[in-house]
Design a protein around this ligand. Structure first.
Ligand SMILES: NC(=O)c1ccc[n+]([C@@H]2O[C@H](COP(=O)([O-])OP(=O)(O)OC[C@H]3O[C@@H](n4cnc5c(N)ncnc54)[C@H](OP(=O)(O)O)[C@@H]3O)[C@@H](O)[C@H]2O)c1
Length: 359
């Protein structure tokens, strides 16, 4: 792979790209059918009203929840409509401002969607601060939605404490890898579950006491042996068979943190665990949550996560797909195939294809 070419000045172009939903998938996203790349007439400072900013997208966050936003069903937010810009959180740079809160060159985050350029109300944009030892992209990972989800799920929903035996599914992903490390910081013993030997190795480097590859043909037996003392806390990112396995190994009064169910998101016929009655038999407290429930507590949580990062107490990995917006659709498909370790994002400004993994 040669050096990454960059568009130096998007404002010099006559159009900019965005991605819209073309068709609702019935199961898996179909590359070339589900989304459509669109060219739009250029926008500039003269299109801004007072209190607005023009944001150029640098990085686009890819999130498992995106698959749910394509379904025309009741959920925690309305579905993306056919022909509508695909929703997404981005890191961007202010290229023009009619707001006293932002200057040209400021790095920001906002939910501008899958677009190279957007006009935003200043109140919908957050100024990005890079902490010591941090980098700009932490705003989508450790200090963004996934890091915060791990933080609130582990500290508030699980109320993890020293001596707990904690199992985390999807453990090598953006949320799971932070959840494992927070549990360790709180004095728990941690078993992480992930889908490859490389991910298992990384989880051990992160400090997990044990890690297992759920694709190993002997996984069931190994999981039973690794949970011989039974589970106090299960932090679930995956659902399906792994949730069923965890229910079968729950201690009385275990806490089950229902964070996500990625194994079911692309299924035309999602399935639940057959042994759900273990919730009764073991008096399990099973609680779902959304990170947005904690919006008022984000600053305090970010402060603590940034402190752990600065002190070297927490690590993170990023998987960055290059190739601009046109790479986003395939990258989202690959998220469900486990292409990423840590946080998956698309570098929107890089035109050459490629993939970068960085600590
Ligand atoms: N409740 C909330 O507010 C909230 C907020 C953010 C995220 N979430 C949820 O948290 C979970 C993780 O999200 P994330 O953004 O951190 O993504 P992520 O874990 O970084 O990426 C998804 C990972 O899921 C794993 N996976 C995919 N299909 C699977 C399957 N069939 N069985 C087991 N594992 C599978 C893959 O890793 P392997 O190689 O290990 O299979 C993949 O790398 C998702 O379920 C998401 O919906 C919830």
């Amino acid at each position: 792979m040669g050096p990454v070419k960059r568009k130096t000045n998007i404002m010099a172009q006559s159009t900019y790209s965005s991605v819209v939903l073309a068709q609702r998938p019935k199961a898996n996203i179909v590359p070339g059918e589900t989304f459509k790349l669109k060219q739009n007439p250029m926008i500039s400072e003269s299109d801004l009203k007072d209190g607005q900013v023009l944001v150029e997208t640098l990085y686009l966050s890819l999130d498992p929840a995106m698959r749910g936003w394509l379904n025309d069903t009741r959920s925690y937010m309305p579905p993306v409509q056919i022909g509508e810009l695909m929703r997404g959180i981005v890191i961007g740079k202010i290229v023009a401002s009619k707001s006293s809160s932002f200057s040209v060159g400021d790095y920001v985050t906002c939910t501008s969607g899958w677009t190279e350029l957007s006009i935003q109300d200043a109140k919908a944009v957050t100024l990005l601060e890079v902490p010591p030892n941090g980098r700009v992209t932490d705003a989508l990972g450790l200090l963004g939605g996934t890091g915060l989800t791990a933080y609130f799920g582990m500290t508030d929903i699980a109320k993890v404490k020293a001596g707990d035996f904690v199992v985390v599914s999807g453990a090598a992903g953006a949320t799971g890898s932070v959840a494992c490390q927070i549990a360790k910081l709180k004095g728990a013993t941690v078993l992480g579950l992930a889908g490859s030997e490389d991910k298992v190795k990384w989880l051990k480097e992160l400090g997990c006491d044990e890690a297992l590859n759920y694709k190993d043909p002997q996984f069931k037996e190994k999981f039973k042996a690794a949970t011989k003392d039974l589970i106090d806390v299960f932090f679930d990112n995956v659902g399906g068979e792994i949730l069923e396995a965890a229910l079968s190994r729950a201690k009385p009064h275990a806490r089950f943190v229902m964070c996500g169910a990625i194994s079911q998101y692309n299924s035309a016929q999602p399935v639940g665990p057959k042994n759900i009655s273990m919730v009764i038999a073991m008096r399990i407290r099973m609680q779902g949550f959304l990170v947005f429930d904690y919006i008022k507590e984000y600053p305090a949580a970010r402060k603590e996560l940034a402190q752990w990062l600065a002190e070297g107490k927490i690590q993170r990995k990023e998987t960055i797909i290059k190739g601009g917006l046109k790479a986003a659709e395939q990258a989202l498909v690959d998220l469900y195939n486990g292409i990423n370790t840590g946080k998956l994002m698309v570098e929107v400004k890089a035109e050459d294809a490629g993939i970068e993994s960085r600590l």
